[in-house]
Design a protein around this ligand. Structure first.
Ligand SMILES: [Cu+2]
Length: 178
């Protein structure tokens, strides 16, 4: 996270005359971070989908760097993105120690969004409140796998292995469900 802040500061510096700093970061492959496009080349958007009798998050597995923000967006239907947290509505905690137990509430309009920033490294499992009984669950790995979710599956459905998410950057629902 610190490094990203430095890079972003470099972008600002370019407009304030400190071109040396910007020039240094310009040779870094991570210079693409100066845009809001993550290094995996896609945006950090998770669609929430109703498709026939399927209810799912897509991608179902997403890797982000700590400090990056994920946008959950209604593609179709009404859904929530709710972290597994005993401090919230779930019976188990499946987010890293000290992480914020996010809950979008139920979003009902197509295009409605909820943004969550993942500050603490580790594995985050979450579900859709109305559809967790229909296995609508997802996983986000921030930085590296870790925390109580790593190494097991959520109680309401399966998600990709944390390491697979790290390796692939994003795992689409269609790839995962086959
Ligand atoms: Cu749902």
């Amino acid at each position: 996270m610190e490094r990203r802040q430095v890079l972003k500061a470099g972008g600002v510096a370019a407009t304030t005359g400190l071109m040396g700093l910007a020039g240094c970061s310009g040779s870094n492959p991570d210079v693409s971070d100066l845009t809001d496009t993550p290094s995996n080349g896609s945006t950090n958007t998770v669609l929430m989908v109703t498709e026939g009798s399927d209810y799912y998050f897509d991608p179902i597995g997403l890797f982000v760097e700590p400090g990056e923000t994920v946008t959950f967006e209604i593609d179709s239907g009404s859904h929530s993105a709710t972290a597994y947290s005993e401090n919230g509505q779930a019976s188990v905690t499946r987010i890293p120690d000290g992480a914020e137990p996010f809950d979008s509430g139920i979003l009902t309009e197509q295009g409605a969004t909820f943004e969550q920033t993942f500050e603490s490294p580790g594995t985050y499992d979450y579900y859709c409140t109305p559809h967790k009984g229909l296995e609508m669950v997802g996983r986000i790995v921030a930085g590296e796998p870790g925390g109580p979710a790593d190494g097991s599956m959520p109680p309401d459905g399966d998600v990709p292995e944390s390491q697979t998410i790290v390796d692939q950057g994003a795992v689409s629902y269609s790839d995962f469900s086959g």
